[in-house]
Ligand binder design. Structure first.
Ligand SMILES: *Cc1c(COP(=O)(O)O)cnc(C)c1O
Length: 334
């Protein structure tokens, strides 16, 4: 496989650091915990979407687009990173934001990612819950095309085979870092949502025959659906890369026990994970994705699923700017 044959525009600060978390490891008394800092990809406070956008935005440019469209939840990290990438490349950006939480707080509606969307000059439309957001976006894109614009549509989360290439690249990057540090990793864990991160990672790991299992901690869909989504995207990504069939259905594992009340709604263990990472390691997690991924990691360590002597890498997918939209979850004024 040869990633270099796909158009790519450099947007991320790579490689992101791979760091040991000694105080969290000691506190939990289980495996050695390491963190892959994709919260440090650098584009407008960083996050995992930037790796996907390196390939997506290059495709948009190759197709001669003058405007990119995407969609996500109100506090979408993907929308914010897309708006930032578009600004950097001189393209217009139009975003559809879906109200999935019903939160009516000003800081949820306007702070965090929404503030940054605005600063990067994106135009924004809002939608209520339970619509087919992809169909909504296609309809809006057709409106732009009717006015003569060259619109490039990026799916929610940037999760299609082009975007997933960014996480194939991350798998290669991590495997190199593991060798470099002499780190024999037993498991990689991360938050999984629109599936592109997990699909790209598993495709890269399997194509390299790494033998390192990958666990996605779900933030929205039930287990079966999440795994099917990841598997289907991994199959298509492997085909695009010219290595069809490298990913088997059983390579795709998601644990969806940490979703809590629903997408974008933190559970008690989400907030505990945010608290532990902040106080023990000065690492900021977010209430929608990485906080839930870390809650899963912590609980699976406490239950003995990940054991002493093992080495676990938690992929930090970013999102901490969203904390400012979730003031109501923290007793700051107390
Ligand atoms: C989008 C996102 C994820 C999930 O990645 P997918 O590729 O959508 O599965 C995880 N963490 C953060 C912070 C995100 O913004």
């Amino acid at each position: 496989m040869n990633l270099a044959k796909f158009p790519r525009v450099r947007l991320a600060h790579l490689p992101t650091p791979l760091e040991h978390l000694p105080r969290l490891s000691e506190h939990l008394g289980g495996p050695e915990i390491w963190i892959k800092r994709d919260d440090c990809t650098g584009l407008s406070t960083g996050g995992n979407k930037t790796r996907k956008l390196e390939f997506l935005m290059a495709e948009a440019q190759a197709e001669g687009a003058d405007i990119v469209l995407t969609q996500g939840a109100t506090q979408s990290n993907h929308a914010r990173q897309t708006a930032a990438a578009a600004a950097k490349l001189g393209l217009d950006c139009h975003i559809l934001l879906e109200d999935r939480t019903g939160y009516n707080f000003d800081n949820y509606k306007y702070n965090g990612n929404v503030l940054l969307d605005h600063l990067h000059g994106a135009s924004i439309e809002h939608r209520g819950p339970d619509l087919d957001m992809h169909a909504e976006m296609e309809a809006v894109a057709d409106g732009f095309r009717a006015k003569g614009r060259r619109a490039y549509v990026i799916p929610g989360g940037g999760s299609n085979p082009t975007g997933a290439l960014g996480y194939v690249n991350c798998a290669f990057e991590m495997l190199y870092q593991f060798v470099d540090k002499g780190l024999n990793v037993d498991h990689i864990v991360h938050a999984t949502g629109s599936a592109g991160t997990q699909a790209g990672l598993i495709t890269g790991l399997k194509a390299m025959n790494a033998g390192i299992p990958l666990l996605g901690i779900g933030v929205r869909a039930p287990k079966q659906k999440q795994e099917e989504n990841v598997f289907h995207l991994a199959v298509k990504t492997a085909e695009k890369l010219g290595c069809p069939g490298v990913v088997a259905r059983e390579d795709v594992v998601a644990n969806t026990d940490y979703v809590g009340p629903g997408y974008g709604l933190p559970a008690e263990d989400t907030l505990e994970a945010i608290d532990l990472f902040a106080k023990l390691e000065a690492i900021l997690l977010d209430p929608v994705y990485s906080g839930k991924g870390a809650a899963g990691l912590i609980d699976l360590i406490r239950k003995g699923h990940f054991k002493k002597g093992e080495k676990i890498v938690f992929l930090h997918t970013g999102g901490a700017i969203g904390l400012t939209g979730y003031l109501h979850c923290f007793d700051v004024a107390k």
